[in-house]
Design a protein around this ligand. Structure first.
Ligand SMILES: Nc1nc2c(ncn2[C@@H]2O[C@H](COP(=O)(O)OP(=O)(O)OP(=O)(O)O)[C@@H](O)[C@H]2O)c(=O)[nH]1
Ligand SMILES: [Mg+2]
Length: 200
């Protein structure tokens, strides 16, 4: 229904719809963690150690324990059903890698914007990016230990996003929880595609 393409040449996945999804959000929101948690293949990670030199340009407020950061992308794959396979592209989170987002988003059918409620403002850039390109997205609130829990509507209000945008709590370290986020995005993409067809 909304496939980028159909898979050929792989006995397990033959004929399935390949769907490209971006996992985005601010620095340290848990993008690499989510892709690694759900991927059924060994995820590609491009992590580098955060250095003292980078401290001048990287805002580490609220992510003090973080020692590495994504410098290119994360890549993973998850089979949702016999006919839908998601290809996950995790974006780099730091402002200095913004130039890569445009290239990465080519062909993406939807996105998950991961949010950390302690640094909610960090995902504004991602929200603007997808809104301006008409790429449908949902917001997944990654519930870090000790972070305050907010109602979905409170998050929507704080982020100034429409009532139709799904907001879901998750634990990016947990495979089931992260998979639920992806299923919610797929449901949203299907509903959006059907609504567009109806109004044609
Ligand atoms: N407590 C807790 N820790 C988490 C959770 N998700 C991620 N972490 C930890 O938070 C840190 C940041 O996670 P990453 O997955 O590297 O974040 P990222 O968004 O990929 O970061 P950048 O690529 O640097 O932007 C890691 O040390 C994770 O183990 C979570 O849900 N709860
Ligand atoms: Mg990362």
């Amino acid at each position: 229904m909304f496939a980028n393409s159909y898979i050929a040449g792989s006995p397990d996945l033959e004929g399935a719809q390949a769907v490209k999804i971006l996992i985005a959000g601010g620095f340290g929101a848990g993008k690499t963690t989510l892709v690694s948690a759900v991927s059924e293949i060994k995820p590609l990670r491009t992590e580098e150690r955060l250095s003292e030199l980078g401290a001048a340009v990287d805002d580490l407020t609220g992510v003090g324990g973080k020692t590495t950061t994504t410098v290119a992308l994360d890549f993973g794959r998850i089979t949702i059903s016999s006919d839908v396979v998601l290809y996950l592209f995790g974006t780099p989170g730091q402002d200095r890698f913004w130039f890569m987002w445009k290239e990465m988003s080519v062909g993406a059918l939807g996105a998950v914007v991961l949010a950390d409620t302690r640094r909610l403002g960090d995902c504004f850039g991602a929200l603007d990016f997808f809104e301006s390109r008409n790429i449908p997205f949902i917001v997944a609130v990654n519930c870090f230990d000790g972070a305050d829990i907010y109602e979905e509507d409170e998050v929507r209000q704080a982020l100034d996003i429409g009532a139709h945008v799904p907001v879901q709590q998750c634990d990016a370290r947990d495979r089931r929880s992260s998979k639920q986020v992806l299923v919610r995005l797929l449901e949203y993409l299907m509903a959006t595609a059907m609504a567009h067809q109806r109004y044609r």
